[in-house]
Design a protein around this ligand. Structure first.
Ligand SMILES: Cc1ncc(COP(=O)(O)O)c(C=O)c1O
Length: 399
């Protein structure tokens, strides 16, 4: 299929302000249909979930539709889709519930490649129960995390491995299915951070070999919230903190308090919008597969333009180097503080990100420290004129 970026852009009201958005890895802009779905839910008769009245049934239907859309997106069982405030919040909850099953001396494994939201909850949960933490390194030259980096830290005491499917700064996509085999051979569970991944690659819970896969819809055109998916049987085995009268069913057992129906309607709309980019598929999953492939080709072409411009400069260091990676670039310009670049581009109505972007461990490992680097990311609505403006702004910076 041909990718009509002008048509795609026409659906995003925020683009009318003239900003060129390269900060999608921090959070994308939102299609009008998502805005409409949120507003329509708030304007329509909706009560708390239940069978007794039409407004109760409306709430129930919103939840069912949202789980079904997320199940199509993640190739997961809708009964294993847990909805929450953010990926960070959910990861804290799951880490505490899992740590209850650990003994002193058991081991939790985290990686130097991960966003802190898939590191610190596990470190703190392990500390709380006397479990050990072991670290998976990555190659700072290639920014790749290979099987040998993982195999040296696995042992018969490993209970959990927490690993990203794509780094939110470097874009690196480790070979999760191969790594998952090693984790499972060691008898451990794999918790995959798909927050950056799901914005660029169609996820597949089983195909990845993930026991848990977590993502945040606001990174792919949805409202600010988080999701974690797992097999319902695995969720059944866990006992999270919960209120006495609240449902003990799965996934409700993990969903604390009243669900945000308007946001859930927005998530369904965001997934339907992505699926609409390739109407040729028979099922929503097939339409999503076609749309993700088309968006990836589009984003990779724009990424290549920016990479070439950086390669043409003597003063640019590109830190995103893995063979398999998303269309997100992390780089420094000699003599230019990342924050200075951020402000200078901001003054030109070009939104980027700067700093460590919560990728605390990767920045330490690469010697970038807290100031981090400059991050630019493509989104489905990024076009060549955005890239022109970014490159003009960057050309005005540095030597
Ligand atoms: C890779 C990655 N993991 C986790 C998170 C945390 O997500 P949330 O804001 O939903 O807690 C982010 C947010 O930027 C991220 O990029």
């Amino acid at each position: 299929m041909t990718y009509d970026v002008a048509m795609v852009r026409s659906h995003y009201p925020a683009l009318a302000g003239g900003e060129a958005f390269f900060d999608g890895p921090g959070g994308t802009q939102v299609p009008q249909s998502v805005v409409d779905a949120v507003a329509a839910t708030m304007a329509s008769p909706v009560s708390n979930r239940g069978p007794h009245s039409a407004p109760q049934r409306a709430a129930d239907e919103i939840v069912t539709e949202c789980r079904s859309a997320l199940a199509d997106l993640l190739a997961a069982d809708p009964a294993g889709v847990v909805f929450g405030r953010s990926m960070t919040d959910l990861t804290y909850d799951v880490s505490r519930a899992l740590a209850r099953t650990w003994q002193p001396g058991d081991e939790a494994v985290v990686s130097r490649l991960d966003h802190d939201a898939n590191v610190r909850p596990w470190v703190q949960a392990a500390e709380a129960v006397g479990a050990m933490v072991r670290w998976i390194d990555f190659d700072p030259d290639t920014t790749e995390l290979r099987e040998d980096h993982l195999s040296v830290v696995l042992s018969e005491r490993t209970r959990l491995v927490a690993l990203t499917a794509a780094s939110n700064v470097l874009g690196t996509q480790p070979d999760v299915p191969s790594l998952a085999r090693l984790v499972h051979d060691a008898g451990a569970l794999l918790y995959v951070d798909g927050v950056h991944h799901a914005a660029h690659v169609l996820p597949d819970l089983t195909g990845l070999g993930a026991d848990f896969y977590t993502c945040s819809p606001y990174k792919f055109g949805g409202p600010h919230c988080g999701v974690v998916a797992a097999a319902p049987e695995l969720l059944e085995r866990l006992r999270p903190d919960k209120l006495l009268p609240s449902s003990d069913q799965v996934p409700e057992r993990f969903e604390l308090g009243t669900l945000p129906y308007e946001q859930m309607a927005g998530v369904t709309a965001a997934i339907d919008f992505l699926a609409s980019l390739d109407p040729s598929g028979a099922t929503r999953r097939e339409r999503l597969a076609g749309a993700y492939a088309a968006v990836e080709t589009h984003e990779d072409r724009l990424r290549a333009r920016i990479e070439q411009a950086l390669a043409d400069r003597d003063d640019a260091t590109l830190w995103s180097r893995a063979a398999e990676r998303t269309s997100t670039l992390y780089f420094t310009l000699a003599g230019v503080e990342p924050l200075e670049a951020h402000a200078a581009l901001g003054a030109r109505q070009v939104s980027i990100s700067s700093g460590h972007c919560y990728a605390w461990e990767p920045c330490q490992r690469l010697g970038l420290g807290a100031p981090g680097a400059i991050r630019v990311g493509m989104a489905p609505y990024t076009d060549d004129s955005d890239v022109d403006r970014l490159l003009e702004g960057l050309a005005a910076l540095g030597s």
